[in-house]
Design a protein around this ligand. Structure first.
Ligand code: AP5
Length: 212
């Protein structure tokens, strides 16, 4: 397998999920979004789903032990290169991922750099497909038909945590944790910075440069 595993780090709304989905469709990466995995558990009303529902809706982080179990049971690094989207979210998770999951395998951490001011605007306008999880934006990436997914005709919905007060809390938590993670990957020489405030296609092009 030629491709390296990728870790996408960035504020809520910085475009991690959008770019990871593209790489999954175009280059066969496995897209491992911890947010999507948790939301699936909530929809299934599993024991884990019931435990984490209120946490996600409030914008807080799920505890590290639950997350490590979820990620270990969801990823198979031998099938294809994986994109970790939403994990790690703090220094402890970064260390666990490096030591217990990636275990010496080749990888890069890509930091999606954005100006925070417009993230709230991006997120309140996000809509997600209830069928295939494809992400749209009412302003920058609208679906062809209002409320309907272009890909699978599923119904589009707004995430519970995409309300302004919850978004602000998620951004505060991100800002508290990011420095430690960046220092960790920088020290290892694995950190790539991506200007994620360009348009979606321009960000994809910059990302392609990093991956070559
Ligand atoms: P998660 O689902 O991972 O949310 P997040 O990290 O806050 O990230 P988002 O999905 O909000 O943003 P994104 O960067 O993927 O942006 P997107 O591409 O959609 O996590 C949700 C919750 O789960 C957490 O709050 C926590 O409770 C829990 N959780 C998850 N992982 C955890 C962990 N490891 N530990 C503990 N708890 C965990 O883009 C956003 C919008 O902008 C879209 O509408 C998109 O169309 C638009 N857009 C994207 N790119 C551009 C662009 N370049 N220009 C204009 N618009 C754009």
């Amino acid at each position: 397998m030629g491709k390296e595993h990728l870790i996408f780090i960035g504020a809520p709304g910085s475009g991690k999920g959008t770019q990871a989905s593209r790489l999954m469709m175009e280059q066969n990466y496995i897209h491992l979004s911890t947010g999507d995995l948790l939301r699936k558990e909530i929809t299934k009303e599993s024991i884990l789903g019931k435990q984490v529902k209120a946490i996600l809706e409030s914008g807080s982080l799920v505890n590290d032990d639950l997350m490590i179990e979820l990620i270990k049971s969801s990823c198979d690094l031998n099938k294809n290169a994986c994109i970790f989207d939403g994990y790690p979210r703090n220094l402890e998770q970064a260390k666990t991922l490096d030591k217990e999951i990636l275990q010496g395998k080749k990888y890069k951490a890509v930091f999606f750099e954005v100006k925070p001011d417009d993230l709230v605007e991006r997120l309140v306008n996000r809509r997600v497909c209830s069928g295939c999880q494809r992400t749209y934006n009412l302003v920058s990436l609208p679906p062809m038909q209002e409320g309907i997914c272009d890909t699978c005709q599923g119904r589009l919905y707004q995430r519970e945590d995409d309300k302004e007060e919850v978004i602000r809390k998620r951004l505060d938590i991100f800002n508290e944790k990011i420095a430690g993670m960046l220092a960790f990957y920088k020290e290892k020489g694995l950190l790539e910075r991506l200007d994620a405030f360009l348009g979606v296609n321009e960000v994809s092009a910059k990302l392609a440069e990093i991956l070559t």
